[in-house]
Design a protein around this ligand. Structure first.
Ligand code: PRT
Ligand code: ZN
Length: 288
């Protein structure tokens, strides 16, 4: 029997937990403390949150125990889970990398042919070498992969890297990225009711709005009225910028939304148009 609530799997305690919870709260879901409970209900939305180890999330979603899950692309790919990716969530960025001891003579991954590679990602590691027709021996470890070369149980490793400081601290040198990862929102491929599908669409609209807001800034400025066309070309708003008259008939106020990625470029170009009193504000949420 299908549960009437949408059930979402989240990591119970780890690198993705805080940001996944924050995302759900930012899109308006209200739930009580999750720390001591595996399954909690949202107070204002027909959603249940199931807190589990991240490794189990792809299977829970694949089997339809949960309708949705928040989990790293690395885990989904390693587990070869049959799930649908709805959205990349823009956090939990990392990459699965091959690395060797600093002093190793290996400078290209092809030189690892016939060697031992320690990893918690046997499937992704094997697939990478197989795709280059290179035989290797996988030494599967569940953690502390980075010390394997020192213990002489491997010649190289394949592990997740974000800043690179763990590799460095363990005297390892990065050779090659074999997989780029971030957190994904995944959906089960089991048949679900129209009611649940509707709830998922509504959630997606909220998540899209949240992401767009996070990647945008609201910009306000005063400018000579004669510069309006140039300003419009620099800050193309969602549809059209808001233009307001000022007490001085030669001046106007322009309000618009800009992508954060173009922030400095826009600022520099705006100054050349005579714009002044430029104010930038964060946006809580936006719906197109
Ligand atoms: O208990 P549970 O099984 O749920 O958690 P876990 O210990 O398996 O996972 P966790 O919480 O460590 O990571 C969860 C997810 O976060 C991963 O599956 C990735 O999708 C993502 N992620 C992002 C990372 C990293 N960045 C990361 N840096 N996961 C692990 N690391 C580790 C890496 O294994 C290495 O030990 O951090 C170290 C490297 O970090 P840097 O910054 O020194 O390069
Ligand atoms: Zn895990």
């Amino acid at each position: 029997m299908e549960t009437p609530s949408l059930r979402i799997a989240l990591q119970k305690s780890g690198r993705l937990t805080e940001k996944s919870i924050a995302l759900l709260q930012n899109i308006g879901l209200v739930f009580d403390t999750y720390k001591d409970h595996l399954l909690i209900s949202c107070r204002n939305y027909p959603i249940e949150l199931l807190f589990v180890r991240d490794d189990d999330i792809p299977e829970y979603v694949q089997d339809g125990v949960c309708d949705l899950g928040f989990v790293g692309a690395n885990v989904v790919a390693e587990r070869k889970a049959s799930v649908t990716t709805l959205k990349a969530l823009e956090y939990g960025y990392c990459r699965l990398c091959l690395a060797v001891p600093k002093e190793s003579k290996v400078t290209h991954f092809s030189q690892l042919s016939g060697k031992r590679i320690a990893t918690s990602y046997p499937h992704l590691t094997e697939s990478f070498f197989a795709s280059h027709q290179l035989p290797i021996e996988v030494v599967e470890l569940s953690g502390s992969v980075e010390i394997a070369p020192k213990l002489d149980i491997a010649d190289g490793i394949c592990d997740l890297v974000s800043t690179g400081s763990t590799l460095k601290a363990n005297g390892l040198r990065e050779l090659e990225t074999i997989f780029n990862s971030q957190t994904l929102l995944i959906q089960t491929q089991k048949v679900i009711s129209n009611h649940k599908q509707d709830l998922i669409q509504k959630l997606l609209i909220r998540i899209n709005g949240q992401q767009q807001a996070q990647n945008s800034r609201y910009i306000m400025m005063n400018a000579p009225a004669a510069s309006l066309e140039r300003i419009k070309a620099i800050v193309p708003a969602l549809k059209s910028p808001t233009v307001l008259p000022l007490a001085d008939p030669n001046m106007i106020a322009v309000h618009s939304v800009i992508p954060i990625a173009r922030f400095w470029e826009v600022m520099e170009e705006l100054r050349d148009t005579g714009a002044s009193g430029i104010v930038i504000l964060p946006i809580e949420n936006m719906i197109d």
